[in-house]
Design a protein around this ligand. Structure first.
Ligand code: GLY
Length: 590
């Protein structure tokens, strides 16, 4: 096998003990931000990537995957609001202009680094209804019925977004709810003009919209799909948002909105009750933190798996010279995949809602555990996932949305929130105007059995009344010398973790600017299935061949994730990047 690799290239070897990876044949190196990217990726991709430049703003920046929402955030910042005010305004605006993913019917996480040095984490993840049971997605014979957790009212957890946004504003914002929610109300009542990027997402579920009259009345235009240039108005959602403006979280959790959702749930076999809404709480907690080559990560702890898993991967990668090996080189991919494989094995076996299970975060990130994982990585051979201890695994949905805000004072906020699938269950309760989440699908429906997206997890994440499903959402602030360096995060289920990881590596190791970092082709491995998902353009045929000879199996997936990131420009100001995978998005500032 060794000889075959050597035959592929003769441009030098990277020695790793007695075995070595041969360099794949190099074209000419492409300079990006002063450092050479590995030149073995296809020239078209590299050539395009080399031209990518971020949006620069001298003071403050908002990046989200819907341009109207970004503009709302910038207006709030210009009006004197801080990053929390803007984040709450963007959250409500996204619920209107990005209804697949932005939401008031779902939940999420907020991570912040405040200019005074405080690091914050707010958990507003959905909770399972009090009547939920571990076997609720199985039939009488113990078979998992996937549609129950994804398309039916059983899939809906108690939404957390409204309480989460309002709590963040009340605790750390400077503006009134009426001020930050009004732009969303205006967008819902007056409408907004659809772009190609919006319509593309709507078209993914247009057939489902036709199935229910109250959904079709909004998300179809007289029975036909909405077209580019048309104006979508959402008067029902405007009324719901006005109730929240006037009555705060109480209007959502104790009034007619909760009643409408419960009524629809009970009429359609769901479990939600008024008590579920009345009992719902959000939670401030300490972010998970770790250090990587002088950078300090502040990220989401359980019930997200995101921060722990990104840290566990980075800590394993710390000793390896990724920058020297180069972006998309065989060596870098080998070590990244092996680190991901091992961290995901832990993630899928032991993590869950901290209110229900013990999460051994300190142990997972301890030098002893990291060293143990590293010792099992073979220099030039893929380790079959069957040889890695851990219970089970799989993948999650590819939806959700992330946005980043940095204000002129240096407060930095990342929010990732979701209704899980695009447009959640696809159901809207009565005339509330908002889609309900299918976040219950993030739970383990049955240990050992994959869910609709192949996710197979352990008992730590089984359904229990009032429990929050394990998530992969990873809003992250990266600090350097105690100051904000980068804000990053992404949609994409379990691929969120590898997306955030790669954006950080692309900037810190491969010298990319933030636009290049989020646009660059990605890869993902999550223990099971034992395959590496790759976006087109990441691997040259030579690198792929080397890795296949080492035992890797590749699966091409067109694209995933959408990192809406901000990087502090060392020469002053901020660089923002809307991911090329979300053409309706925007980075903007002042
Ligand atoms: N719903 C996807 C996640 O939270 O990871």
């Amino acid at each position: 096998m060794m000889r075959a690799w050597l035959a592929l290239g003769s441009l030098g070897l990277m020695s790793m003990g007695s075995l070595a990876w041969a360099d794949a044949p190099a074209a000419k190196d492409v300079q990006v931000s002063g450092r050479a990217l590995d030149s073995t990726a296809p020239p078209t991709t590299l050539a395009q990537l080399a031209k990518d430049v971020p949006v620069h703003a001298p003071h403050a920046m908002v990046v989200s995957d819907q341009h109207y929402a970004t503009e709302v955030g910038v207006r709030i910042l210009r009006a004197g609001g801080n990053a929390i005010d803007a984040a709450v305004a963007v959250g409500y605006a996204q619920a209107v202009v990005n209804p697949c993913c932005g939401n008031i019917g779902g939940g999420g996480y907020l991570v912040a680094h405040m200019a005074d040095g405080r690091n914050l984490f707010l958990d507003f993840r959905e909770k399972a209804p009090l009547k939920a049971t571990p076997t609720m997605f199985q039939d009488g014979q113990g078979r998992v019925m996937p549609d129950r957790s994804t398309l039916s009212y059983l899939g809906t957890g108690v939404p957390g977004t409204v309480m989460g946004l309002n709590e963040a504003l009340q605790r750390y914002g400077t503006m009134k709810l009426a001020q930050v929610i009004q732009p969303a109300i205006d967008l819902a009542r007056n409408g907004f003009v659809l772009q190609q990027g919006d319509v593309n997402i709507f078209n993914r579920r247009v057939k489902d919209f036709a199935k229910e009259p109250n959904v079709a009345a909004i998300f179809l235009n007289h029975g036909q799909p909405w077209q580019v240039g048309e104006t979508l108005r959402q008067p029902e959602l405007a009324r719901t948002l006005e109730s929240i403006r006037d009555g705060g979280s109480k209007a959502f959790y104790h009034g007619p909105i909760a009643q409408a959702v419960v009524k629809a749930s009970q009429a359609n076999g769901g479990l939600l009750s008024l008590r579920d809404f009345a009992d719902y709480t959000v939670q401030w907690d300490s972010p998970v933190q770790c250090d990587y080559h002088g950078y300090h990560l502040v990220s989401a702890p359980p019930p997200s798996s995101g921060g722990v898993t990104v840290c566990e991967i980075l800590l394993q990668l710390q000793p390896y010279p990724l920058a020297k090996w180069g972006y998309a080189s065989a060596q870098a991919i080998h070590y990244q995949v092996e680190a991901e494989r091992r961290a995901f094995a832990d993630r899928n076996s032991v993590l869950g809602d901290p209110a229900f299970v013990h999460n051994p975060i300190a142990e997972l990130l301890s030098p002893a555990h990291i060293a143990k994982l590293q010792s099992t990585i073979q220099p030039v051979k893929a380790t079959p996932s069957s040889e890695i201890k851990g219970d089970l695994d799989g993948s999650e949905g590819t939806n959700t949305t992330h946005y980043s805000v940095v204000d002129a004072k240096g407060n930095a906020v990342g929010v990732t929130y979701t209704i899980n699938f695009l447009f959640g269950t696809g159901h809207i309760a009565g005339d509330t105007g908002f889609f309900l989440n299918d976040e219950m699908d993030d739970f383990t429906s049955k240990p050992g059995v994959p869910n609709a997206f192949g996710l197979v997890q352990g008992k730590a994440n089984q359904v229990e009344p009032g429990k929050r499903p394990l998530s992969s959402m990873t809003p992250t602030v990266v600090l350097k010398n105690g100051k904000v360096f980068m804000v990053t995060g992404s949609p994409g289920g379990s691929t969120i973790i590898s997306t955030v990881l790669q954006s950080i590596l692309n900037v810190t190791q491969y010298g990319m600017n933030v636009q290049q970092a989020v646009n660059a082709p990605r890869m993902h491995h999550q223990w099971y299935p034992d395959q590496v998902n790759v976006e087109p353009g990441l691997l040259t045929p030579q690198v792929q061949q080397q890795l296949e000879q080492a035992g890797y199996r590749f699966h091409t997936v067109n694209s995933w994730g959408a990192d809406e990131a901000i990087l502090v420009d060392p020469s002053g100001g901020l660089d923002g990047a809307n991911d090329r995978r979300r053409p309706a998005g925007l980075a903007a500032g002042y």
